[in-house]
Design a binder for this molecule. Structure first.
Ligand code: SF4
Length: 320
């Protein structure tokens, strides 16, 4: 914010809280499956989504929301001491706390902890280069496929988000997956979903995982009904038909939509149920055991076993 004639960082070193989550909750299904991730955010956001499901922190201008104070090194140590594979910058968009996130990423990398950005991808190209140079993985929201939706319902624009996705694919090694929250009557038509999936195929290729997740009434859209599971299944069918290899459904119980299938022989390889891995069949070097196809992603030689827990932690009790 502006103080006097200077821009100052008012949220650096302060967080709205820390939690250990399954990596599948970010959601990332191809980034060290079954591992745990230490997650935190700050306050405020650079978008103004009328459907924001974290609006209590993303819309907050009240620094009292920021209860936990933690230096970048303290966060990295907390992740290490709790056996987390990665640290995620999430809940609100890390673009607005980029300096804090980037310093934390440096501290994490010094301890062999990976870093994850959960972001709307709405960022200027110069800042984008600096920010993503510190990230190992990202989940990027592609909230819709029309400028009208972005303008009216998020206060931002579609094209810069598409630019970020193309940048990540063609100019970085960041592993990234895409999430689209389907909102009844707003972005869930066959035509819009088809156009979006065709764009992903043409610009990013078939191996970028796509997650369709269910809206529930929130913030300034309390009158729109919850997304039915049938909408997510329909969207997944459209995406698979367009040629995408890894398409998932989120916020609903749908084992097929939670499962990673081999894109060549179609064998189920990672069977999940609500962040829990029921079956894991990838070879130690990330291939299908049946046809030897390489599965896109970042994998350890064995799966993690964190399960579907969510563990809040008091970061101020962490000691170096
Ligand atoms: S980008 Fe995410 S956190 Fe920010 S307002 Fe939109 S939904 Fe909320």
């Amino acid at each position: 914010m502006r103080e006097g004639n200077q821009i100052v960082l008012t949220t650096y070193g302060r967080s709205s809280g820390f939690c250990i989550d399954p990596i599948e909750k970010k959601p990332l299904n191809h980034f060290y499956p079954g591992s745990s991730v230490l997650s935190f955010g700050t306050a405020g956001c650079n978008l103004a989504c009328k459907f924001c499901q974290n609006w209590d922190i993303s819309k907050s201008k009240d620094m009292d929301q920021l209860m936990d104070q933690a230096s970048p090194v303290t966060i990295a140590i907390a992740a290490e001491q709790n056996g987390c594979k990665s640290v995620a910058f999430t809940y609100n968009d890390p673009v607005i706390f980029a300096e804090y996130a980037m310093d934390t990423a440096d501290a994490c990398h010094a301890r062999d902890i990976k870093t994850v950005a959960v972001t709307a991808g709405y960022i200027h190209e110069a800042a984008r280069r600096d920010f993503f140079s510190k990230m190992d993985a990202a989940n990027v929201d592609l909230k819709a496929f029309t400028e009208d939706f972005y303008f009216k319902l998020t206060g931002s624009q579609l094209q810069p988000v598409l630019d970020t996705l193309v940048y990540l694919k063609h100019e970085t090694d960041v592993w990234f997956e895409i999430t689209t929250l389907l909102i009844p009557g707003k972005n869930d038509s066959d035509e819009e979903i088809t156009a979006m999936c065709q764009w992903i195929m043409q610009q990013l290729g078939p191996d970028v995982p796509l997650h369709f997740s269910a809206f529930h009434p929130d913030y300034k859209m309390p009158d729109i009904p919850q997304t039915p599971a049938t909408t997510l299944v329909r969207a997944r069918d459209i995406a698979l038909h367009a040629g995408l290899h890894y398409v998932y459904t989120g916020n609903v119980h749908h084992i097929e939509g939670d499962t990673t299938f081999c894109p060549d022989c179609h064998a189920p390889l990672i069977v999940r149920d609500w962040y829990h891995i029921n079956e894991y069949r990838l070879t130690p070097d990330g291939h299908c055991p049946d046809c030897n196809s390489l599965i896109a992603g970042r994998f350890d030689s064995t799966q993690g076993h964190f399960g579907r827990q969510r563990i809040p932690i008091a970061i101020n009790r962490v000691r170096a």
